[in-house]
Design a protein around this ligand. Structure first.
Ligand SMILES: [Mn+2]
Length: 255
């Protein structure tokens, strides 16, 4: 089985361009691709490609095509909205993609087997920029004790990575609001960053928190980003200089 951790070589890219939840917002995806340079950037998607917005099928097709055309410059991560059983049953709610894909392609079963499952099989669970940042959809937990844990994560850790949210204060509690993952405090993100040798965690999963600009918490150690307008707001691409933790920036796009 392939490693589910993508390790990014800083010297290979001038920027790491990070795209948060898209949630079927194809118009925003086309706008944000205009501010990314696929010749020199590494483009990292943080997951949650479909559901809520109208065009999950088109978003997934576009990301899959980008992966094929630019295999060295595109990394796509899994979000909790890409968590399906082998038979195509969503492990989350709501899955509006079922109705959308049935209407657009004629059959959920054929769409899942022929298009969605092959895409899901390409997804990583996390990406690591050594000495810089961990990129992940939801968050981290005390089950994460080093980068080896990310290569073939246990089912419990996998769910924490997909579903967790940062919280104020210290400690770790079950994420009752989500029904999966944890709420992790500042001490947890600090110890996870230390064990991975990174300065911070870049994640999405709460686009409302970052509606128009990055949301920084845990003393700068956790940054939440957003690339969808399905909740309103102004989506953006988040840029990291892979050789520095001090030069992050972002650019809003008009859909
Ligand atoms: Mn999510």
């Amino acid at each position: 089985m392939k490693s589910l951790l993508a390790i990014i070589e800083p010297k290979k890219f001038s920027r790491v361009s990070v795209v948060g939840d898209l949630h079927g917002d194809y118009r925003t995806l086309t706008a944000l691709l205009e501010v990314v340079n696929l010749g020199t950037d590494l483009l990292v998607f943080l997951g949650d490609y479909a559901d809520r917005g109208p065009d999950g099928v088109e978003v997934i097709r576009t990301v899959a095509t980008l992966q094929q055309k630019h295999p060295k410059n595109v990394v796509a991560l899994m979000g909790n909205h890409e968590d399906f059983s082998e038979l195509g049953e969503p492990q989350f709610n709501p899955c509006t993609l079922i109705e959308e894909a049935s209407a657009k392609t004629g059959s959920w079963g054929n769409y899942f087997t022929g298009e969605l499952k092959p895409f899901i099989d390409t997804l990583y669970i996390a990406a690591l920029i050594p000495d810089n940042a961990l990129l992940v959809h939801g968050g981290v937990s005390t089950k994460l004790t080093g980068s080896d844990d990310l290569k073939m994560p246990s089912e419990e850790l996998r769910l924490d990575l997909l579903w967790s949210d940062p919280t104020n204060g210290d400690g770790e509690d079950p994420n009752y609001a989500r029904g999966a993952g944890v709420e992790f405090g500042s001490d947890v993100s600090a110890s996870v960053c230390k064990s991975l040798g990174v300065a911070r965690i870049i994640r999405s999963h709460q686009p409302q928190l970052a509606a128009a600009k990055p949301y920084v918490s845990h003393g700068g150690r956790v940054v939440t980003v957003n690339a969808t307008s399905v909740y309103g707001g102004a989506p953006f691409v988040y840029f990291i200089d892979p050789k520095s933790t001090e030069k992050d920036s972002y650019q809003n796009v008009k859909r």
